[in-house]
Design a protein around this ligand. Structure first.
Ligand code: ADP
Ligand code: NI
Length: 220
């Protein structure tokens, strides 16, 4: 199958699968990560367009958060799908590697990407977790899990292991301190860092205003 047809067929498959997902892992998230990845890949020497696009489209195909903590569910589902299209083994393996390495696992846990395509897709995924969209997705996720918006009596936790990060049930505002505010400094590609600057400023302004309103500091 031609590269373009592999991509189109995969996009159709993923769109169909995620269209009705409401926890922030919807098709529109995948579509943005796909689009951003395509843009970043043109500015990253050595990033193969086919592997990048398939990795972006399939990066959340079976997320561990919704599969009982099974980290191999994603790579397995991606392989199954790509095999059904007769994709080359080498391409399948490179896509599996992206999915295996992409997840955030806690502030104290490094998550290096071993390939340029992986760096592009992880950066695109993380850009979608910050800025205005990132704020919206965090509260959508928190709502889905029944978490409070904020609770000043529960301090943010520094997660030093994936196990600890997985068990986290804190209020949504803590997620900003436990993950979102740190993503910009962990981006790999200069192109993504440029985009992140404005999103980071927005997120910081949002938090400052949120905490002001929480305390009623603007009420007089
Ligand atoms: P990503 O797609 O960046 O890998 P995840 O899959 O970890 O992110 O999470 C999907 C979305 O849900 C992200 O926007 C993320 O910030 C948000 N999210 C994940 N865990 C939490 C949490 N504990 N509280 C609030 N939002 C969360
Ligand atoms: Ni994602």
């Amino acid at each position: 199958m031609e590269a373009q047809e592999l991509i189109t067929r995969t996009a159709d498959f993923v769109r169909e699968k995620f269209l009705h997902e409401g926890s922030g892992h919807d098709w529109e998230h995948i579509r943005r990560v796909w689009q951003t990845s395509r843009g970043l890949a043109t500015r990253v020497p050595g990033a193969d367009p086919l592997v990048t696009e398939l990795g972006a489209l399939l990066h959340d195909v079976a997320d561990w958060k919704f599969h009982g903590g099974d980290e191999e569910a994603g790579p397995r589902e991606a392989r199954r799908w790509l095999l059904s299209l007769g994709t080359q083994e080498e391409v399948i393996q490179r896509v599996e590697t992206i999915i295996r390495e992409i997840s955030f696992k806690g502030l104290g846990v490094p998550t290096p990407m071993s390939t340029p395509e992986g760096e592009v897709v992880q950066d695109a995924d993380r850009l979608d977790a910050i800025g205005a969209i990132g704020v919206a997705r965090a509260f959508a996720y928190g709502g889905h899990k029944g978490r409070p918006l904020h609770d000043p009596s529960v301090p943010p936790v520094q997660h030093d292991s994936f196990e600890s990060y997985k068990k986290n049930t804190g209020p949504t505002i803590n997620h900003f301190y436990e993950k979102l505010l740190h993503l910009r400094d962990r981006l790999h590609t200069p192109a993504a860092r440029e985009i992140a600057d404005e999103r980071q400023q927005f997120m910081q302004a949002f938090l400052a205003q949120f905490l002001r309103e929480w305390e009623g500091e603007d009420v007089r």
